[in-house]
Design a protein around this ligand. Sequence first.
Ligand code: MRU
Length: 364
Amino acid sequence: MKPCEVVNVRLGAGEGSVVLLDQTQLPNRVVYREVSALEDMVEAIQTLRVRGAPAIGVFAGYCLYVLARQLEGRGLEGPAFQRELERQGEVLAGARPTAVNLAWAVGRLTRRAAAMAGATAGDIVSALGEEARAIRREDEEMCLRIAEHGLSLVKAGDGILTHCNAGPLATSKYGTALGPILLGQERGVPLRVYADETRPLLQGARLTAWELQQAGVDVTLICDNMASMVLKNGWVQACFVGCDRVAANGDTANKIGTSGVAILARHYGVPFYVLGPTSTVDLSCPDGDHIPIEQRDGEELRSLWYREPMAPAGVRCYNPAFDVTDHSLITAIVTERGVCRPPFVQSLRAACGAEGGAKKQISP
Ligand code: MRU
């Protein structure tokens, strides 16, 4: 299976369920699961069966459409339909707090439904189906544009350091941070990749290394604490990372450990690029201090990957899933609408406000 052909999320037969590629099983098993109940949808997001900011947005769109079909099937109409859709949307949106795409996608569907108040449940459900499919289609288009812009920042043979997984599994196609690498591979612009394993959930080892290897990319897996040495050795010409929420000033939340990579990159004079769609930019969030950071179970540190626990039972753990990279450490934020440079307050606003086709360079 080529990574760009992976369908991580899709509607099930008869559009009564959502089918997901269970990312917790990779790279050892390719397992698809089907969900149709709200609690199973939430569980899939919280356990990272579906993960990556754009992918959970696409998943949530499909889920809310499937749930809306169930409300119609139960005979709900008018305000009762709207109220229940809103409630279920809130539960979905609350499944994980950091990636803004989740709440963004739910909001997009519930707003569409609210704008049709007075229409039949059947008509609203059809519109929600369109909206959910549009989110997926647009994500795929955005990833291709991000990949194009990102590829313009590097040259054949360059070494790229990446953290976590921002590839096709985390999006609809190509990915964000891995987009330029996969596109370059297709176009005869090969890049060498160093993939941080990304403790504690190993998205780099399990998913990034798998995707890049399948695509024939020259990939070397490293432990997170080896990044400094790889940079010091001069093996890396650019860092490419994804994002879960970009604040208005450019501060960026991404997988825990990303900010450390940015600090190292600054020390060694290597450009640090954040790649993500404008659906991940949250202009209502002024800066990184306002981004909610998910805290996860300490068992992920103590015992999850081990045959027996590797920490004393009951030891206190601190396990934030994301950190915030200060905008001052970011060379550019690559969106589908172009390469945003500092000062990000202006360039992000220009990118998010711009209508229509991609711009090559967005200068403030
Ligand atoms: O906890 P995860 O695996 O969902 O975290 C994912 C990341 O941090 C990705 O880098 C980010 O969502 C961008 S995916 C294109």
